[in-house]
Design a binder for this molecule. Structure first.
Ligand code: ZN
Length: 247
């Protein structure tokens, strides 16, 4: 069987035995794949540096019926994204983007867009370095692609209008809550202007990260809101998120 060829972003790898490597990648056409790269640490010819995390490659691979691991034959390097290694924060945020993408998408759905989003996120960090704005955009867009973005600009329960000023937010109840639906008792308070900003960000092109300015309030309140929204959808806390928080 001739190998299939897919664009792929390397999410992570683990060494196996003396010379082999098990690599997890994201592809636009086959979703997440886990592959066995025989001799990857010895044969520079077939894989070179192309299996490093965050690299983008053209991957030659063969499915193995019934097996969890596909067989990786060759990886042509498209971009190593060395700019991600400029500082620890950028590297950590890149790792967070990959781990979050993997956690929110299972093996079956919506991968072409998730791939495009992750590629744009990594390219942006590669060129511009880490920023709170890039993180917020990535989280908001991943929630949208996964179909789990909370109600922002209307009450999640009665769909009524929200008052000016601080609004109650509870991701567990679907998002923003008006006073009549108990918004005042919600754990999180977010200004309606922040909710409006997040709503406008949802209208921006999925793959655009440059030249989007966010106010300190949007970053602070929006970050807390997204953390609340993500918590309910992650099977366990992400290691990369804890690492980022510790920097
Ligand atoms: Zn309501």
């Amino acid at each position: 069987m001739p190998p299939l060829i897919s664009s792929a972003i390397i999410l992570r790898h683990v060494d196996y035995g003396e010379a082999d490597r098990i690599v997890t990648v994201l592809t636009p056409d086959h979703g997440r794949l886990k592959g066995f790269a025989r001799g990857a640490r010895r044969s520079r010819k077939r894989f070179g540096t192309a299996l490093e995390p965050f690299a983008e490659v053209r991957l030659h691979w063969v499915p193995r019926p019934g097996g969890e691991l596909v067989s990786l034959r060759e990886a042509e390097l498209v971009s190593l994204r060395t700019g991600l290694r400029r500082d620890l924060e950028t590297l950590a945020l890149a790792g967070y983007g990959c781990e979050l993408t993997e956690a929110l998408f299972d093996e079956a759905v919506g991968f072409a867009e998730a791939f495009g989003l992750l590629r744009a996120f990594l390219d942006h960090l590669d060129a511009a370095g880490a920023s709170a704005g890039a993180r917020l955009l990535m989280e908001l867009r991943l929630l949208t692609l996964a179909g789990i973005v909370p109600h922002l600009q209307h009450c999640a329960e009665c769909h009524g209008a929200l008052p000016e000023g601080p609004v109650g937010f509870d991701a567990g109840r679907g998002g923003s809550l008006c006073p009549g639906c108990g918004g005042a008792a919600a754990g999180l308070r977010v200004d309606r202007l922040t909710l409006g900003s997040l709503g406008r960000l949802l209208q921006t092109p999925l793959e655009r990260f440059a030249d989007i300015r966010l106010s300190p309030r949007t970053l602070q309140e929006g970050g807390a809101l997204l953390a609340d929204a993500l918590r309910g959808h992650l099977p366990k806390p992400l290691k990369s998120a804890a690492f980022l928080a510790g920097l």
